[in-house]
Every structure is written in C-alpha cells, then in structure tokens.
Design a protein around this ligand. Structure first.
Ligand code: PMP
Ligand code: GLN
Length: 402
C-alpha cells in the first residue's frame, strides 16, 4: 500500500524514511522477516529466515487453549489481563528470578512483546527524547522510536563476540537520554549481556535519570549460563520496565501473548497507551500461557537443551560449509560471515541463496540504521528453531556453496 504524503505528517515521514521504514516512493517497506518468508514460500527454499518454530510446543499449553475456548473464555478479558495469567507471571518471576510483583498493579498483559514495546516507547518517549540501543537491534525498536518522534542513539556491538565497549556505552547516555533499551538474550546475535554491562546500564540510567526498558523474550532459551533479568540488579527495579512473551518459550509465536512487569506507576503509564492500541487480546490464550509458565522446571530445561543441540548442529554445519560463525549463547539465531565463501554482500547473498542453495537467511544489515549497514555487510542470520531433519537438510544444501 502507498502512504501518500497528504495523510502522513511530514516529520514522521522524514524520520521513517531516514530509518529505512518507508521505501523511496513512499510505499510501505515490508519487514525483512516478511520479505524473506515470502521468498522462501515462493521458491520452496528452507526458511531459516524468520524466527518461528516449525513444530508445536507443549501439549499442556495447546490443550489449555482448547479447553478455554470450550469453556467460553471468548470475550474481552480485563484490560490488564486475566487474573490467572497475571498471577502465573508473578509466580514465574518469583520462582525463576526472586522478583516480587503485585499481580493487580505491577503486571500488564499485552499483544505480544511487540505491543509491550510499542506502548512503553509511546508512553515514555516524547519528541526529541533520546533512546539508547545496542545495535544491531530488533527492527521494531527503530521503527517505534521514530514513530514516537524520539532520537535513536546507537552503541555498536561488533562481530564476533558482540560485547559493547563500556566507554562507547557510557558516552551514549546523557541527560537527554529518556530510555536505555536493552535486549538480552539478543536478537539477532544470540549474545547475552554480561553482568558488568548490565551493571553499567543501571549505573548510567541512575546517573542520568533514564528509564531502562528490557526485552527478555528469549529468557528461557539460554544455552551457556543462566538468564539474569536486569531488574534483579541493585537499584534497577524502580526504573525498569521488563518485557517478555510466551511466543518463544512455548513455541506459540502466533498467539501474541506478552507482558510487562514494572513498578505500579510505570505500568499505569504503559496501560494508558496500551488500552487504546489493542485494549485487550487473546482471551483463551491467556490461561494457556499461564499453564505454560507453571510447567515444571524440567520442561524449560528440556526445551533449552533441545535448542542447544540444534544450535550445535547448525553451527557445525555452517562452519563446515565455510562460514565464519559467531557461536550464540542463547536465542533462536546464529550469525555467520559469508565473506570466506566469496560473498561479501549478505543482502545480495540472501536474495540469491534460494537459487544457490535452497535456503533462506536474513541479512544482519536489516538490524542496523542505513548509515551503519556497511559494518555488517557480509553477515547473515540463520534461525535454528526448526526440526532436526530440516536443519540437517539445510546444512547439506549449504555445504554445496563452498
Ligand atoms: N523482541 C525480540 C527481540 C524478538 O526477537 C521478537 C520476535 N519475535 C519480539 C520482541 C516480538 O515478540 P512477540 O512476538 O511476542 O511480539
Ligand atoms: N522475531 C522474529 C525474528 O526475528 C520475527 C518477528 C517478525 O516477523 N516480526 O525473526
């Protein structure tokens, strides 16, 4: 669809265009994930692009959704979410992280982590406010900050270890910073922010009175070490909005059940925006995600172990095929450098890869602002949240690239 300038306020159009969200002719550019899934569908290539599992999650969770529909949980839930889910979120955060929240004032159910991010950014970022993000960054961040009229300040993460330089991070945060937006475990790199970095974020946010917004949708998919929510660090809780979602943990990315946990005044500010975005969503999926959050620890350990094996399978396959691989500690994705294979341009390679090898990946450049894309020019993101036989076939196909 073409968005004509008559209906688009000029400042938004300018920032959106600068951020690469609108095509040069003013048309809407599809997200890289939609574009690459369409390419896979069109060519029949194996889709290691968009991050979604190709098999169902736990039977108990699916069953609970069917039961809820049968029991008539089909009308608007309360604006802050069904009590059964808010209470399960509270139990989950206490059990795994020792965080205590009030289910009636400090928890908000949202339409996926995406709506939680949108409502949080729209609630706190005014025109001209700066938002610090570590880049590469999930594509929605830049789009939402632009929509809010905010100014994105990026701190580079560099291949292959993706650790931010503490001096660069410290220099990016100033009194103009309204929000420091972190994502750990991280998409697309699979990196986990170490404790020193998390501590530095808290210290900088405190010094400059900034809000911390943390996207932890991959919290249960950590393969080396354990997930440390930034809200557990001393001094963090009072200024942190934590965001997660059931999509990755329970292989239900199409359900779009997410949530926010934060002190009551912050939740209230997010709710004020959220109630006029979607108002509510996914009534029968809410008790189902609650059932998932209450599953025994063994479920979470098994899910992570299964994905760890898949990471190892794809990682070894990419290495054998000649890619230079950055081993991810967490998440759904592996970033691989295609330059040793004679492919210096990942954008070009990803568009040609279905023809060359029958596989789809995503160029990492899509996770950076246009002016910095050249720094990741030869990097491709591959998803390993797929069945073993699919990954084995993908690896065999990629081996033909050498
Ligand atoms: N944040 C990150 C880092 C993601 O990778 C994703 C994508 N799936 C989301 C947020 C969106 O989550 P949801 O599907 O729950 O909206
Ligand atoms: N988070 C998923 C990914 O990174 C995709 C979500 C989307 O399509 N917007 O692949």
């Amino acid at each position: 669809m073409r968005v004509t300038s008559r209906f688009v306020p000029p400042p938004w159009q300018r920032t959106a265009q600068a951020a690469g969200l609108l095509a040069d002719d003013g048309g809407v550019r599809p997200t890289i994930f939609a574009e690459m899934s369409a390419l896979a569908a069109r060519t029949g290539a194996i889709n290691l692009g968009q991050g979604f599992p190709d098999e169902d999650g736990p039977a108990e969770v699916l069953e609970a959704a069917r039961d809820a529909i049968a029991a008539g949980v089909n009308q608007y839930p309360p604006g802050i979410g069904l009590p059964v889910l808010r209470e399960a979120i509270v139990r989950h955060q206490a059990h795994w992280y020792g965080l205590q929240w009030d289910a009636s004032t400090e928890v908000l159910v949202t339409a996926g982590a995406t709506e939680a991010l949108a409502a949080t950014i729209l609630a706190f970022v005014d025109a001209g406010d700066e938002v610090v993000v570590l880049e590469p960054a999930y594509d929605a961040y830049a789009a939402l900050v632009a929509r809010a009229g905010g100014v994105l300040r990026t701190v580079p993460l560099r291949f292959p270890d993706w650790r931010p330089d503490p001096r660069e991070l410290a220099a990016a945060v100033t009194d103009r910073t309204r929000v420091i937006l972190v994502n750990s475990p991280h998409n697309p790199t699979g990196a986990v922010l170490d404790r020193e970095t998390l501590e530095l974020v808290v210290e900088l946010a405190t010094r400059h009175d900034a809000l911390i917004v943390t996207d932890e949708v991959y919290e249960h998919l950590v393969y080396d070490g354990a997930h440390v929510p930034i809200a557990t660090l001393p001094g963090a809780r009072e200024r942190t909005v934590s965001i997660s979602s059931g999509g990755k943990t329970f292989s239900t990315t199409g359900w779009k059940i997410g949530w926010v946990t934060a002190p009551a005044p912050l939740v209230t500010a997010v709710l004020a925006v959220k109630q006029y975005l979607t108002f509510v969503n996914g009534a029968p999926f809410q008790p189902a995600i609650a059932a998932g959050l209450d599953l025994p620890d063994a479920f979470f350990a098994r899910a992570a172990a299964t994905l760890r094996d898949k990471r190892d399978l794809l990682g070894a396959g990419l290495t054998a095929a000649g890619f230079d691989v950055s081993p991810p500690q967490a998440g759904y994705f592996i970033v691989a450098d295609a330059s040793p294979l004679g492919h210096p341009d990942a954008d070009e390679l990803c568009r040609a890869l279905p023809g060359l090898a029958g596989v789809v990946g995503v160029p990492v450049s899509a996770f950076l602002q246009p002016e910095r894309r050249s720094t990741v020019r030869s990097l491709v993101r591959f998803a390993f949240c797929k069945r073993r036989e699919v990954l084995e076939e993908a690896v065999a196909r990629l081996a033909t690239l050498a």
